[in-house]
Design a protein around this ligand. Structure first.
Ligand code: SF4
Length: 217
């Protein structure tokens, strides 16, 4: 559904996202702005060679892009542990294999206005592969992931992404009941590793695509 005043919101998001693109470039990341999901998937299919193996992180954004289906249709080898047929007993092996792929495709929990990339993981495979493993990492994020600073990014990662992910996976945590993060000590706590990428780590090509759409959470 579109609303009469959407164009002003879109304009404002574009201003913010293009500014963050320039900040990310100053942090040695490659970065680009995209207006729509369609433009983003088109750019991804051009950026990822047809014969490349692609590992996919645990990311709702990536699933919402529809890129997995596009890559599979093109016969790219796509490795991801969310595959319905992925065997539970091979979960760890699959996550490791994602990090051995030529390209790793994922999102971020938050990106600051200054170009810091923030994530919170339960197992750590996603943040590990973003930092070191695949030669090429592509991070896609919608305008909803932009935050003013690192503190608000860590808060967002728990209070929005963490809470909704806990609900999604059926975690036995207080947030999955109440919708609120209480920085729990529950055995099933899913927020276990926090990373802040302040500059692109050496030896890994990292491209960040910022999209003027709401994607993931
Ligand atoms: S309540 Fe626990 S599991 Fe839920 S978001 Fe907060 S720290 Fe994470």
């Amino acid at each position: 559904m579109t609303f009469e005043y959407d164009s002003y919101r879109t304009w404002h998001n574009e201003k913010i996202l293009t500014d963050v693109v320039s900040k990310l470039k100053k942090r040695d990341f490659d970065a680009e702005y995209f207006a729509t999901i369609e433009e983003t998937t088109e750019a991804l299919t051009k950026a990822i060679p047809a014969d490349a193996a692609v590992g996919i992180g645990g990311s709702v954004t990536v699933r919402e892009l529809g890129i997995i289906e596009i890559l599979e249709k093109r016969n790219n080898e796509v490795v991801h542990h969310w595959k319905p047929e992925a065997a539970k007993e091979k979960d760890r092996e699959t996550r490791k294999k994602e990090g051995l792929a030529d390209y790793y495709l994922t999102s971020a929990n938050a990106i600051t206005m200054n170009g810091d990339i923030i994530n919170i993981d339960g197992i750590g495979n996603r943040v590990a592969h973003m930092i070191f493993g695949p030669d090429n990492v592509i991070i896609v994020a919608g305008h909803n992931k932009i935050v003013p600073d690192i503190d608000s990014g860590i808060r967002r990662s728990r209070e929005i992404a963490g809470v909704i992910n806990a609900k999604r996976v059926g975690a036995k945590t207080p947030c999955a009941e109440t919708g609120k993060c209480v920085d729990c000590k529950a055995p099933a706590r899913i927020c276990r590793v926090t990373t802040v990428m302040q500059y692109r780590p050496w030896q890994t090509k990292i491209k960040v695509l910022l999209v003027n759409e709401r994607l993931g959470y």
